[in-house]
Write a protein that binds this ligand. Structure first.
Ligand code: ZN
Length: 344
């Protein structure tokens, strides 16, 4: 079969290659991939700018859906042909204390698809059955491929953040995760939803409005902290979700969070910080990290997607065959599209 392989750490070390169809174990299924969504982390590996260890050569892709082609001997609860999506923790140490807590997403030794083990930018992928969730009939497999980033956003906003209906919520960074965090904040009853970007994000900030943002800031280089100071009672935002891929935005988050408010950081940024955290102390604000997702989150997100309560139409801007991967990667990288889906 032909898979999209990331073969080295040098920038642009990605190409289509002939690769073997995976062999599965007793607890796995062989999944016939129908749709795989491009993630910012695929782009980081494409440009050689990731901050995690990659097992080269590896097939990219961890946001995917498909139909079950072959069942391992010990797999129960699924049948051949079932439409499914897969979680991302492909390999877990069986004795992990975090499996016992249901927080296997936080197990430091976990390996994920697309960097630790072969991913889904290929016609077939090997998946442990414990990773699978059934896709409701009302949900297309193209949209189902975006379940994973929706789960990242659900975990950040609905699980790891303390948020009440009526809260003023700001999301920094209108990439796919930020836009989906905005959607989750809207669903959770945000009283006023602000999405913040830069002039390069002008198109994505328009998308943010379609996702339910009441105010977007940054497209014209506005003074964001000044705007927030003049908004409402002037104390700032109850919740700031930092979904930008740079560390420096944490400073803005500290500037605009309300005393006793919360900052949830879901965006990665390997750059060191060069500012004081005194505002965190003085405001007695909570700084919370959020990473990945677990089983109950997937079930809830699939329900929200199937019912249309999360609308992916504004962000799913391109569906192409795997052969057009480079154009799709480049369009996402440049911000011309928010999210692209490939069909192997
Ligand atoms: Zn992803």
């Amino acid at each position: 079969m032909i898979g999209l392989v990331n073969y080295a750490s040098d920038p642009h070390s990605v190409e289509l290659r002939e690769v073997p169809v995976p062999e599965i174990g007793e607890d796995d299924v062989l999944l016939n991939v129908q749709a795989v969504s491009i993630c910012g982390s695929d782009l980081h590996q494409y440009t050689g700018k990731q901050s995690w260890k990659v097992n080269y050569p590896v097939i990219l892709g961890h946001e995917f859906s498909g139909s079950i082609a072959v069942l391992g001997k010990r797999v129960s609860g699924f049948r051949e042909g079932d439409r499914v999506v897969s979680e991302t923790a492909a390999v877990l140490p069986p004795d992990s204390a975090f499996i016992r807590r249901g927080l296997y997403n936080l197990e430091p030794k976990r390996l994920g698809f697309g960097y630790g083990v072969n991913g889904a930018m290929a016609p077939f992928v090997k998946v442990p059955a414990r990773c699978l969730h059934s896709v409701p009939a009302a949900l297309s497999l193209e949209k189902a491929a975006l379940t994973e980033p929706c789960c990242v956003a659900y975990n950040a906003v609905c699980v790891n953040s303390h948020m009440r209906p009526g809260d003023t919520v700001a999301v920094i960074g209108p990439g796919p995760i930020g836009l989906l965090c905005a959607a989750m904040a809207k669903l959770s009853g945000a009283g006023h939803l602000i999405v913040i970007g830069t002039p390069a994000d002008a198109m994505r900030l328009e998308v943010a409005k379609r996702m339910g943002a009441d105010t977007t800031l940054g497209a014209q280089g506005e003074d964001v902290a000044g705007w927030v100071k003049n908004f409402g009672d002037g104390y700032g935002c109850d919740l700031v979700v930092d979904a930008a891929g740079v560390s420096a935005t944490l400073k803005l988050a500290l500037d605009i969070v309300r005393p006793a408010g919360q900052i949830t950081k879901v965006g990665w940024g390997p750059q060191p910080l060069d500012f004081s955290l005194d505002q965190l102390v003085q405001k007695a604000a909570t700084l919370q990290g959020s990473f990945s997702h677990n089983w109950p989150i997937w079930e809830k997100v699939l329900t929200l997607l199937a019912s249309g309560k999360i609308d992916l139409d504004p962000i799913l801007n391109r569906i192409s065959p795997l052969s057009e991967w480079r154009e799709a990667f480049e369009e996402m990288h440049s911000g011309a599209i928010v999210k692209g889906v490939l069909k192997p």
